[in-house]
Design a protein around this ligand. Structure first.
Ligand code: M6R
Length: 600
């Protein structure tokens, strides 16, 4: 979603801001802007659309020593130049960027800004106008900034410049992510370390309701009452090469290809030298103490949770419920006596999941966050973190995080089973390694998937995915992948459910992709395929070695039946990728979507 970059120092401010914003493009946005402070004042450029357009529009003759930049994903007000950030106060003295949602902006506007001409529709502009009003009262920028921040309700990461103060950048945070990057003779501000990794790997974390005053050589973290806080920096564990595409045309393809390596990383990370599982003892004991696990997640992570439920119930004999985060907050089910919450989130920043986390922590329940970004908001605020070890995922469509989530959920299930003394009749790590090899065989068959995408999905306006049992869970993920990047209207269905309504949509040539990897439902799903074929569907059957039939379109290598989702999702990801390419879609940055959904 929205992204922030700020810089203070003697280097090329403009390039650092633009480069940083380019690195944040993956998060999704619809407009962008930068403001730079130079001798003649503030130079402000905003565009609706891509950073490339911003790059073309900025005044390249400006030599600035401080600046703030922003990518906006519209919430309050349409995507437009006037609604794009940075926003300026009425006199032009204060300029500000903001991520998050100011919940009380209407009240603030009524109370403090009745005589101010607010030009945009955004909640953000209210903050910068408020800042100017409070400056009139306090005559001190830092104090007025703290006072303004105290009045805000909601989520925010804020960067602000005072045109009369070239030595300080003012920063504040609540619920939305924001970091300070430390350099030699300069400092940076970023909503995501990826924006500034090219200039530093040293970062300071900022906590909620803190204000930071950043100068070239000093960073002062303060409480809202002005008390100074001591904070030690940490080294970001992200390799700059991980956030580059290299020779790949798209991040999504790179990330699909990385999946076998991610599986091997996970095996190494969760196993000791004696090949025993190594998991945080506290997580192990929380799993022993609970009578029911509640998995909370959104989108693809929710789909991984559905696979996790069946792994935990079948392997560890623990009842599991999986809930869509945005629903759980407002429609909480009856909870068991000793619930344990597992939040699954690639980014660790999803606002819907965080809202549930805040609520269940207030109720006193334990929480584990399973995330690809240890140190993210969900990871910090839960009791325990399980890391996905997938490396940065840049494409909006989640691929390697999904399979990493399933693998880590499988390991958690196995660890719990072992701790409970349940005997398993298979070697889970060996089966994971076999699945990793199978994934590699599939990623080597891209040409075949490309051909299938153009045979089955060239001009269709809709497509259906059907499967039963574990395959059904993968079908809904396959459908999500296809719709989010190719804009083909796609749905995943339990094979037996089609005839209860949706079969009415099947007409001559409708693509139906059927998964057949589960022995106990192999006959049944094939019956469902016959039903749609009889009504004209163009059926693609993806089966698994050992269960295949002559007429099947594609046969997956055999893996343990509990781990089939790791493998069966790969052709779905590739089909979606090539279908989107065939349609000329922006694969890595699909329309309307954001990588990290930080608004509820
Ligand atoms: O970062 P999270 O895993 O919490 O994100 C959840 C969803 O927003 C995310 O999975 C989304 O559905 C992806 N675009 C799917 O590819």
């Amino acid at each position: 979603m929205c992204g922030i970059v700020g810089y203070i120092g003697q280097n090329d401010t403009k390039e650092i801001l633009l480069h940083g914003l380019e690195k944040l493009e993956y998060r999704g946005y619809d407009s962008a802007g930068i403001a730079m402070l130079h001798e003649a004042g503030i130079n402000l450029t905003k565009v609706k659309g891509r950073i490339a357009a911003l790059r073309e529009s900025v005044d390249h003759t400006v030599h600035a020593t401080m600046g703030i930049g922003h990518t906006r994903w519209a919430t309050h007000g349409v995507p437009s130049e006037v609604n794009a950030h940075p926003h300026r106060s009425a006199s032009g003295r204060f300029t500000l960027v903001h991520n998050g949602v100011i919940e009380n902006y209407q009240e603030l506007k009524r109370e403090y800004l009745h005589d101010v001409n607010v030009v945009s529709e955004t909640d953000t502009e209210v903050v910068v106008q408020l800042m100017e009003k409070l400056y009139d009262t306090y005559q001190d920028t830092a104090e007025a900034f703290r006072q303004a921040i105290r009045l805000l309700k909601g989520s925010y990461a804020i960067g602000m410049m005072d045109a009369r103060d070239p030595d300080h950048l003012y920063v504040a945070k609540n619920k939305s992510p924001l970091l300070i990057g430390l350099g030699d003779g300069f400092n940076v501000v970023a909503s995501d370390a990826m924006a500034t990794l090219q200039v530093t790997d040293q970062y300071l974390e900022i906590y909620d309701q803190e204000v930071v005053i950043v100068s070239r050589n000093v960073v002062e973290v303060q409480k809202l009452n002005g008390a100074v806080v001591d904070r030690k920096p940490y080294t970001a564990q992200i390799d700059v090469r991980d956030i580059e595409k290299g020779t790949y045309p798209h991040f999504m393809l790179k990330e699909i290809d990385e999946q076998p390596f991610v599986m091997r990383n996970i095996i190494n990370a969760y196993q000791n030298e004696n090949n025993e599982l190594k998991l945080d003892a506290d997580i192990r004991s929380a799993m022993q103490q609970t009578d029911r696990v509640y998995i909370i997640a959104a989108g693809t992570s929710y789909h991984a949770g559905l696979v996790g439920k069946s792994l935990m119930e079948k392997i560890a004999n623990i009842p599991v419920e999986v809930h869509v985060a945005s629903e759980f907050s407002y429609n909480m089910p009856l909870l068991s006596d000793h619930p344990l919450f597992i939040f699954i989130s690639q980014s660790g920043e999803t606002a819907d999941s965080r809202a549930v986390l805040v609520k269940i922590k207030e109720m006193g329940y334990p929480a584990v966050t399973m995330t690809n970004v240890p140190g993210s908001t969900l990871s910090r605020e839960a009791d325990y973190t399980l890391s996905l070890h997938a490396g940065p995922e840049i494409a909006v469509a989640s691929t390697k995080a999904y399979t990493a989530q399933i693998a880590v959920l499988a390991i958690l299930a196995v660890d719990t089973a072992q701790a409970k003394g349940i005997e398993l009749n298979f070697d889970p790590m060996q089966e994971l390694a076999i699945a990793a090899n199978a994934m590699e065989m599939l990623t080597d068959q891209k040409e075949e998937m490309k051909g299938l995408a153009s045979d089955y999905l060239p001009t269709t306006r809709n497509a259906f995915f059907i499967g039963r049992s574990a395959d059904y869970n993968v079908c809904i993920e396959g459908a999500l992948k296809l719709k989010e990047i190719s804009y083909i209207q796609a749905e995943g269905f339990a094979g037996g459910e089609l005839k209860h309504g949706t079969i009415a949509l099947i007409e001559e040539g409708t693509p139906v992709i059927a998964l057949a990897t589960q022995a106990n439902v192999n006959g049944a799903i094939r019956g469902n395929v016959q039903e749609v074929v009889a009504r004209g569907a163009n059926a693609m059957v993806i089966s698994m070695k050992g269960l295949e039939q002559d007429e099947d379109t594609f046969v997956l290598p055999h893996v343990h039946e509990l781990l089939t989702p790791l493998v069966s999702v790969v052709p779905m990801q590739l089909l979606a990728y090539y279908a989107a390419l065939d349609r000329g879609c922006d694969v890595d940055k699909p329309r309307n979507l954001a990588k990290s959904v930080t608004v509820e």
